[in-house]
Design a protein around this ligand. Structure first.
Ligand code: SF4
Length: 445
């Protein structure tokens, strides 16, 4: 960096220090920020494509500082009148979501394809990004992972023959509106069609479409709660949507308290992407309320290590401190996270912020998702690249949610090679063969 850039960086930190409770780099919790060098480049040289200085290329700390600076400058440039208190207020973030092509085009250099997709709203999935999450997007690189997951492209309008609006057959397994009862002892409770930011590969894009006739309201919730109360086999309720964590504290508590009153409901889970796209939502007040309803679990949706910012770390640590076990759910996405290195950084980073990798999903064949789907062998390659090469805790279960409603089916690399007499022949993570003397009588000759 040259002297002017260093001075600018120092100035930015001084400014942040004036009105932030704590400067971003000093917030509690471990920072696992690993944002792209592309974004760093955009800050370094917003109007040119020249290479970054050698010291920037090689110095991760410097890159992190540049990312912080970029985010600071983003806020100052596009939301100049927002105070720090407003920026850190989740309702301000929701009110100020970026929802149209004109606003987004002021913040990032849109490609023609992105502009066309934003203009035609092809498959009915709304477009929205929180200002916070937009500050993580590279304005100059359409191939940046986070940008690909949030900014639509025209391929979304392509309806491949194998795709459907409801590939998991959820609507056919719905005893009352908004409730999916597929597995014997648990139900999926769809609470809202609202998300603060819409992932372009969303499995439930059909319900986000405001013209599709889905409805979510407290009267419908009561029907679902009644069904659960009258069905003693249900011991586990998953609140999902849309994103239930975008509900107000009161509404969320209404759901949790009513479910907690049902004696056979042993556990409640919340599925959310809020810690990644709207970490400001995880307030002290919210976690004080949530911890009244244990055992409460949370499945947090993460896509890429670039999402693991200090704010996200703080949100996850707050939830973990409240005794809520956190598990991650990640969709395998072409050109976003479909390589071993990215996935390893994501899984290891999640463990650092106290989130246990839980599921890696093969992308569902929803309408307009062909550009996101990878061959299944990619997922197997990633699991093979994790298992044995890093902590077992960092290895999620790779599953395909079977089209037609068959449920999640685990997909495993071929570690078991078969039997040789009474011995089970196995292959380890280094592709070396080992034998285990199995006592199963079926294999004793
Ligand atoms: S947060 Fe979840 S429900 Fe909302 S758009 Fe993303 S994948 Fe869909």
């Amino acid at each position: 960096m040259n002297q002017a850039q260093t001075d600018s960086l120092r100035f930015a930190y001084a400014e942040i220090g004036k009105d932030d409770e704590e400067p971003p780099g000093k917030r509690s919790g471990s920072s696992s920020l690993t944002l792209t060098r592309g974004l760093a480049l955009a800050v370094e040289s917003p109007d040119s494509d020249k290479s970054p200085p050698e010291d920037v290329k090689q110095n991760d700390t410097q890159v992190k500082k540049i990312i912080h600076l970029h985010r600071y400058m983003f806020r100052r440039r596009f939301f100049p009148s927002a105070s720090t208190a407003e920026w850190n207020d989740w309702q301000w973030q929701i009110r100020n979501r970026i929802m149209d092509v004109e606003t987004l085009s002021r913040m990032i250099a849109l490609t023609t394809d992105e502009t066309d997709a934003l203009t035609c709203n092809g498959n009915g999935l709304p477009f929205s990004i929180t200002p916070y999450y937009a500050s993580l997007i590279d304005p100059n690189d359409p191939s940046q992972a986070l940008r690909k997951t949030m900014v639509p492209v025209m391929t979304e309008t392509v309806h491949a023959p194998e795709e459907s609006g409801d590939p998991l057959g959820e609507d056919n397994m719905s005893p009352v509106p908004g409730l999916v009862h597929r597995y014997p002892d648990r139900v999926l409770f769809l609470t809202t069609q609202f998300c603060s930011a819409y992932c372009r590969y969303c499995t439930r894009s059909r319900i986000m479409n405001r013209d599709a006739g889905y409805e979510f309201n407290p009267r419908q919730w009561d029907q679902a709660i009644d069904y659960i109360a009258q069905t003693p086999v249900i011991r586990d309720v998953v609140l999902s949507g849309g994103d239930p964590m975008t509900l107000s504290d009161d509404r969320l508590e209404y759901l949790l308290s009513n479910l907690r009153r049902i004696p056979h409901v042993e556990m409640i889970r919340i599925g959310t992407k809020v810690p990644a796209v709207l970490p400001q939502r995880v307030t002290s007040k919210l976690v004080r309320m949530l911890k009244k309803y244990h055992p409460l679990y949370m499945s947090v949706h993460f896509t890429h290590p670039d999402e693991l910012t200090p704010e996200t770390s703080q949100a996850c640590n707050r939830l973990a401190d409240a005794g809520i076990p956190l598990g991650s759910q990640t969709v395998l996405l072409a050109g976003v996270n479909d390589d071993v290195d990215t996935m390893k950084r994501l899984m290891q980073g999640l463990l650092r912020i106290r989130v246990r990798p839980y599921y890696l999903y093969q992308c569902d064949p929803i309408i307009g998702s062909s550009h996101f789907r990878t061959p299944v062998r990619k997922g197997l390659e990633i699991i093979r690249g994790l298992r044995g090469h890093t902590s077992g805790y960092a290895v999620p279960s790779y599953v395909i949610d079977a089209p037609g409603g068959g449920g999640k089916i685990p997909i495993l690399p071929d570690y078991v090679q078969g039997y040789d007499g009474t011995e089970l022949v196995m292959k380890n993570y280094q592709d070396r063969y080992y034998r285990y003397p199995d006592c199963d009588p079926a294999h004793i000759q």
